[in-house]
Design a protein around this ligand. Structure first.
Ligand SMILES: NC(=O)c1ccc[n+]([C@@H]2O[C@H](COP(=O)([O-])OP(=O)(O)OC[C@H]3O[C@@H](n4cnc5c(N)ncnc54)[C@H](O)[C@@H]3O)[C@@H](O)[C@H]2O)c1
Length: 381
């Protein structure tokens, strides 16, 4: 029996991949470095930090493992001033008051326009740090050190930054790309198992919505991923980043093809907000949201039952939730969905499946169809 804690394998897998993945957009290009023990590698940071101020944002439980190493690396890379702020974990803290706390701390420690904010954590701290950086003194540089699977494959990549607002999730934000992303895959060793599995839901999203070969690969390598086999983790993270980078290079600001990356997110965001960002992890909400989108695709005749079952079975095998909480009514979800950002010309844009590996945008979905799909997924009438 292989233990959950990492299988540290041959030296090859511990080295950083020699080629980064590049995200290229009209606003500029930046590299994503992936590999093991990159937190201690100063060469990535030197071009960005020499002689500069640095402000690191993290959570206490992540800082306990990795903050001192990152600070040493920043110093070795030539940073002249390093300050830090630890924010409590959880999406309930991805709010304006946390951003104000960041700005106040940076101003009181005299950070100027050439400072660099570093996000050390998952998607929550990345979104918060990115938004704080987008507005501080009209925009300062930031660097992502994602420490969750979900952030390494998705949240850190692509420049979407945001905070939650009483009206809904990620309602206030900005597009602000990081200068670089450094994914130290060894940090996944301390990630709670539930968080890791929630990240796999977003991995499955890439296969389902964009690449059927990748979906098949995930299915056949799921045990290797769960056992933390470095080859499998490295391949999965790099493949997902490549897929996302390709889409972003076509559509930086979510006006066209990038929208398909929101597969499952319409219902996911509604659920997270309805449950006060506490009962479900983001990836778990995405798993349920994908199942609702699959049922809608099935009801519209674009996929058959065997395709739907194939995907739901994979999610079930990971014990990811695939049913809506029975306490939430269809009307509550429909009402919340009406506030979704993904409206275009006053119509909500759904991302539905044509087949495994191909999702597309649909605007003409009726409330009756949505209600039927929600009921099929266990919502309260
Ligand atoms: N900007 C985007 O494009 C984008 C995309 C997807 C999701 N998101 C956002 O990302 C957030 C979810 O991110 P997440 O799933 O990474 O969760 P998270 O950032 O909330 O982190 C999950 C938990 O794991 C802990 N943790 C993180 N890394 C750890 C490590 N290596 N060791 C031990 N503990 C660790 C954190 O302290 C936290 O308690 C949501 O706010 C979501 O909206 C953003």
């Amino acid at each position: 029996m292989i233990s959950w804690v990492s299988l540290l394998a041959t030296a090859d897998h511990l080295l950083p991949s020699s080629h980064p993945i590049w995200v290229s957009t009209a606003s500029g290009s930046y590299p994503i470095w992936t590999g093991y023990h990159l937190l201690a590698e100063k060469s990535f940071l030197q071009p960005y930090l020499a002689g500069k101020q640095v402000f690191i944002l993290s959570h206490p439980e992540i800082a306990a493992h990795y903050l001192s190493c990152l600070k040493q690396t920043c110093l070795a890379a030539g940073a002249e001033q390093i300050d830090e702020l630890l924010i409590p974990s959880g999406d309930a803290h991805k709010v304006l008051s946390s951003v104000e706390q960041i700005w106040t701390a940076m101003l009181s420690r005299h950070h100027y326009r050439d400072t660099t904010i570093i996000a050390l954590g998952g998607g929550m701290i990345g979104d918060l740090a990115g938004f704080a950086a987008a507005c501080y003194m009209r925009g300062v540089a930031f660097i992502q050190y994602p420490t969750t699977l979900l952030a390494q494959i998705d949240a850190a990549v692509g420049g979407k930054t945001a905070i939650n607002y009483p009206h809904g999730k990620n309602m206030i934000g900005a597009f602000h790309h990081p200068r670089l992303i450094i994914s130290d895959l060894a940090t996944l060793n301390t990630l709670p198992k539930r968080e890791f599995i929630a990240g796999i839901a977003e991995l499955i999203k890439y296969g389902v919505a964009l690449d059927s070969d990748f979906f098949d690969w995930i299915k056949s390598h799921i045990d290797d991923i769960l056992c933390f086999k470095p080859e499998a983790i490295s391949f999965a993270v790099r493949k997902a980043c490549q897929l996302k980078a390709e889409i972003i290079s076509l559509d930086e600001k979510d006006q066209g093809p990038r929208v398909v990356l929101n597969f499952g997110h319409t219902v996911a965001h509604a659920l997270e907000a309805l449950l006060d960002y506490s009962a479900l992890l983001h990836g778990e909400a995405v798993a349920i949201g994908m199942v609702v989108a699959l049922h809608l695709s099935f009801l519209r005749g674009s996929i058959d039952k065997s395709m739907l079952d194939d995907i739901v079975n994979l999610l079930n095998s990971l014990k990811l939730p695939t049913k809506l909480p029975s306490t939430i009514t269809t009307v509550e979800i429909l009402t919340k969905i009406k506030h979704d950002k993904k409206h275009f010309r006053n119509q909500l844009r759904w991302v539905l499946l044509d087949t495994i590996g191909k999702a597309s945008i649909c605007e003409e979905i009726t409330d009756q169809q949505i209600t039927q799909a929600l009921l099929m997924c266990g919502a309260k009438p």
